[in-house]
Design a protein around this ligand. Structure first.
Ligand SMILES: [Zn+2]
Length: 616
């Protein structure tokens, strides 16, 4: 840990969960009155003694600041901070996956330097649901913030705990498990929850009551009137918050470019059922390991058509265990079997449930497709079902997996062939309904690439929200709102908004320079020039040595190598004359520049040049 202090020594958050149903107020009542009551009731403070009044900070601290730490210019690494007075709350701690410009990087997480400096002000962390782009950075960031308390729903808590356990951090963290009808008060903030549908159970939206107004925060959601688990969105709560008055709505933009409505998970269940009834051979079913509803529907169809299920893939096994233990998944007895038992059953009684629906190289499906899976070998008559749509960037990897599967003789079913997958993110008509229910004064589209966010902003405009009340923020921008219910976009150079690369065990030790080096080497290779020099005279003791990797073959380029050696020799000799004292740093720079230029002249390539000086 960076700070040697006891992580639990920070000021305890003022928290008490209260049942909020008793606090329903008429919409006509002034919002500030209501806030006093709510906050004081929740915190147990006397009226007028809420920390708003006692805050030692200057006037600007009396504004509410919405600080996105990630997730507004990309899909992933979702993290938002709310600041009022002396209090900060954090919503979600996600990671993102690298793109092609970041060779060797495993994950990307938000830069939390500013938050670390202000960690004593953090009253709590709220996690909306258990996807990696919302919980993945918890083990990296939580300890750096002094392990503030985390508040979330049961299944999400199960997934977070598993992740913390894998990092050996479970013992020190404080994960508080809530019910969706709970309300919590964290300093100046009071948070109520409502259930929304998404591609993982236990997803919640937040209604955050602040001293300047209410915020409805819904990242990652859709409306599903017939979800597989029978638990639809709590429209009544959303409408109630809308009636109470909402200052700001922050809502999911992932599918803002898609018209209409998302297909219901129940429809997918029917397709799975039909498919299972038609297929004669083995079924290999790949989907997201967190999509518990989909997993449930596979088990249901398997039981109905008398098939046994073999589960392969670590994350799938872990998540099924967690969901089973918490009652989010119900599996009929004797449906799951071990792979060794498969021999006892004919092919038409087998389902192999696997990870790898995104074509990930190390996951189950890709290994099956390459023929190097330990227990599953594809044979003619197998059907592979890929129940997912590609996350942008993964299309190529998935296509390779599908081609390999067909080469081995399998029939492949995927989303373009059949509706075998539905997204967890609202389409346009659902997004509009959310805006209609919440009726916010201000609107801030979140969660998506910039063009998705702008499209979502246009939808809101089309519904009558004036343009100057819609805020499509860029990274580094902050939305500030005051007690007069005015809002403006500000920038605060103190607040870091970049990201941090994770590579192996290194967190943040790989920066832009390392990435640039990797890009250069990946593109044009490297070229090492080894010069053995006499310590006193600075003269070459023997011929320079050359090593080339990923640039040219040494063999077959004898002429070029000979010429380079000659150039190096010329350089060392002329510089040796200029300088009385041998200066290796200077010499290395000269060799790098001149030889780099020489190689470009000859090849129009720019390998990374590494001059090495050996003194004798
Ligand atoms: Zn999600």
């Amino acid at each position: 840990m960076r700070n040697g202090k006891n992580p639990h020594s920070q000021k305890p958050a003022q928290v008490r969960t209260v049942n909020f149903r008793e606090n329903v107020k008429s919409p006509a009542q002034a919002e500030t009155d209501r806030l006093d009551i709510l906050i004081n009731k929740a915190t147990g403070l006397a009226p007028g003694k809420a920390s708003v009044a006692t805050s030692p900070y200057t006037a600007s601290r009396q504004n509410l600041r919405i600080i996105p730490m990630g997730g507004i210019e990309e899909v992933g690494e979702n993290m938002t901070v709310l600041e009022y007075g002396d209090d900060l709350i954090v919503i979600d701690m996600g990671l993102a996956f690298p793109d092609d410009t970041m060779p060797g990087i495993d994950y990307i997480i938000p830069d939390t330097k500013w938050l670390e400096e202000n960690r004593r002000r953090i009253r709590g962390v709220i996690i909306t649901h258990g996807h990696l782009d919302h919980i993945g950075a918890v083990p990296y960031i939580l300890p750096k913030l002094g392990d503030p308390p985390v508040y979330t729903m049961p299944l999400t808590a199960g997934f977070i705990k598993k992740r913390l356990e894998e990092f050996g951090l479970l013992g020190r963290s404080r994960i508080n498990i809530l019910n969706k009808d709970d309300a919590i008060a964290l300093g100046n903030f009071k948070i109520r929850f409502f259930r929304i549908n998404h591609s993982i159970p236990d997803s919640v939206g937040l209604c955050i009551t602040t001293p300047v107004g209410q915020i409805v925060y819904v990242t990652d959601w859709k409306f599903d009137h017939t979800p597989a688990d029978g638990k639809p969105t709590e429209f009544d709560k959303i409408a109630k918050f809308g009636a109470e008055g909402v200052l700001l709505l922050m809502s999911d933009s992932t599918n803002s470019i898609k018209p209409g409505y998302c297909i219901s998970e129940r429809e997918i269940g029917l397709t799975i059922d039909r498919t299972f009834s038609d297929i004669k051979g083995r079924i290999i079913f790949a989907n997201f390991s967190t999509n518990i509803a989909r997993i449930q529907q596979v088990f249901d169809a398997a039981a109905k058509y008398n098939r046994k299920v073999i589960v392969t893939g670590r994350s799938l096994v872990n998540n099924i265990e967690i969901a089973l233990s918490l009652g989010y998944l119900k599996i009929q007895p004797k449906v799951i079997i071990k792979s060794e038992q498969a021999k006892k059953f004919p092919d038409n009684q087998i389902v192999i449930l696997t990870t790898g629906s995104q074509g990930e190289e190390a996951a189950g499906l890709a290994r099956i497709a390459r023929g190097d899976h330990k227990t599953v070998k594809i044979k003619k008559g197998d059907t592979a079902i890929i129940s997912a749509s590609p996350i942008p960037g993964n299309e190529r990897a998935i296509a390779v997996v599908m081609s390999n599967l067909t080469r081995l003789g399998a029939h492949v079913i995927y989303n373009k062939v059949l509706d075998i997958h539905t997204s967890g993110h609202a389409h346009q008509e659902e997004l509009k309904l959310m805006i209609a229910l919440v009726k916010p004064k201000f609107f801030m589209p979140i969660h998506g690439e910039h063009h998705m966010i702008v499209t979502h902003a246009d939808l809101a405009k089309g519904m009558g929200i004036p343009e100057n009340r819609i805020f499509a923020l860029d990274n580094g921008q902050i939305l500030e709102m005051n007690s007069a219910r005015e809002a403006k976009v500000v920038e605060d150079p103190k607040v870091s908004s970049g990201y941090v690369f994770i590579d192996g065990l290194g967190i943040g030790d790989v920066g832009e320079v390392v990435i640039r080096d990797r890009q250069v080497m990946a593109k044009d290779g490297m070229f090492v020039v080894i010069m053995t020099l006499d310590r006193r005279s600075g003269r070459l003791v023997n011929q320079p040595d050359i090593i080339s990797r990923g640039f040219i073959y040494m063999k077959g380029n004898d002429d070029l190598i000979r010429e380079v050696k000659h150039e190096v020799r010329k350089l060392v000799e002329s510089k040796g004359k200029e300088k009385l004292e041998p200066n290796w740093v200077y010499l290395r720079n000269i060799v790098r520049d001149e030889i780099g230029e020489y190689l470009y002249q000859k090849t129009e390539r720019r390998p990374m040049i590494l001059p090495v000086v050996i003194e004798v």
